[in-house]
Design a protein around this ligand. Structure first.
Ligand SMILES: Nc1ncnc2c1ncn2[C@@H]1O[C@H](COP(=O)(O)OP(=O)(O)O)[C@@H](O)[C@H]1O
Ligand SMILES: [Mg+2]
Length: 310
């Protein structure tokens, strides 16, 4: 019997099918089909961690009451190989997001924002004592410049102004010394559309590796990273301010705007670096990476200019 078969057997489950979910993941992830003693089928996902990368597992153990409100976790194994078993939530929202109509996209975004507002409104003391605090640093900036340089070495189509735009934004905004303005809340830390699902009429969030105390705008600007439409990004920005207000979470507009803009630039830079990584690992086509870079650089420029300091 394999580890997985033994582990399922402990829970009265028999493995029928196992299929790897391929991609550049933090561990080995399998979609599995199993049956219980009453012959009821269960569709599950098993995520096994690399030995040096299991922060997520510790969060699942320590903050299980919190996370189980947002992800359908079945069980967690702290012994080797460390792993979690979850219900299969079907496809992440990223899969067909671009095929949806404008109003459909906005409806879906509103549902995600409502769900994030629930997380952001939870009491830190009751739910997340000891959760680390996220601070903006120069890490994403440095990583992105390194990635841009790697890209330049290999491709003639790169533009030197890309790095200039990023450097200019960080310098003008003094981003590495930025202090968040909004109150510290529990943030998921990585709610892009590959980590968000709609199942049984509810929004679910997986991949809690980066959960930390931070500004609510930390999450909102990560969500924006899968949107390639400036109007939709503006819609997110405006909608979430209203959602917080409706949840009796009142943040002065100036503080909200400031956190949004700064976190948005930092996360757009981070995501640029990650997108370049996926291109270098051949998960993305040349045509696609060019579109991604052009859009994100335009966005960094737009927001830096809006702040009136470039
Ligand atoms: N519970 C789940 N249901 C359906 N798909 C899942 C589930 N967990 C993971 N996946 C799939 O595996 C991918 C990677 O899982 P994730 O936990 O986000 O790992 P990583 O840290 O590598 O991003 C997800 O984007 C999704 O496609
Ligand atoms: Mg993920």
């Amino acid at each position: 019997m394999t580890h997985l078969e033994e582990r399922l057997a402990e829970r009265g489950l028999k493995l029928l099918k196992k299929e790897a979910i391929n991609g550049s993941h933090a561990g080995r992830i399998y979609r599995i089909e199993a049956v219980d003693e009453e012959n009821q089928k269960a569709n599950l996902v098993y995520k096994e961690y690399e030995t040096d990368r299991n922060n997520e597992l510790h969060l699942y153990l320590k903050y299980s009451d919190l996370i189980k409100q947002f992800n359908k976790v079945v069980t967690v194994w702290d012994s080797r190989p460390k792993a979690i078993l979850m219900h299969d939530l079907n496809s992440p929202l990223k899969k067909d997001f671009e095929l949806r109509s404008g109003s459909d996209k906005r409806n879906l975004i509103e549902r995600i924002l409502d769900r994030l507002a629930v997380l952001h409104s939870l009491s830190v003391g009751k739910n997340a004592n000891g959760l680390p605090t996220h601070e903006t640093t120069s890490d994403w900036h440095e990583w992105c410049v390194d990635q841009m340089n790697r890209l330049c070495e290999q491709n003639h189509w790169t533009k030197t102004e890309w790095i200039k735009t990023i450097n200019n934004a960080y310098e003008q905004l003094d981003l590495k010394n930025f202090q968040q303005q909004c109150p510290r809340v529990i943030t998921h830390g990585d709610p892009h559309l590959e980590n968000i699902f709609l199942k049984d009429g509810q929004i679910w969030l997986i991949d809690w590796e980066w959960a930390a105390l931070s500004s609510p705008l930390r999450d909102i600007t990560i969500l924006c990273q899968d949107l390639y439409d400036t109007r939709l990004i503006q819609f997110v920005k405006e909608s979430y301010q209203k959602v917080l207000h409706n949840n009796d979470f009142h943040i002065p507009s100036e503080e909200y705007q400031r956190d949004f803009n700064y976190f948005y630039i930092d996360h757009t830079t981070m995501m640029l670096a990650w997108e370049i990584e996926k291109y270098l690992q051949e998960y993305t086509s040349e045509e696609k990476i060019k579109e991604i870079i052009e859009f994100k650089i335009r966005e960094i420029n737009r927001v830096t200019n809006e702040l009136g300091v470039s």
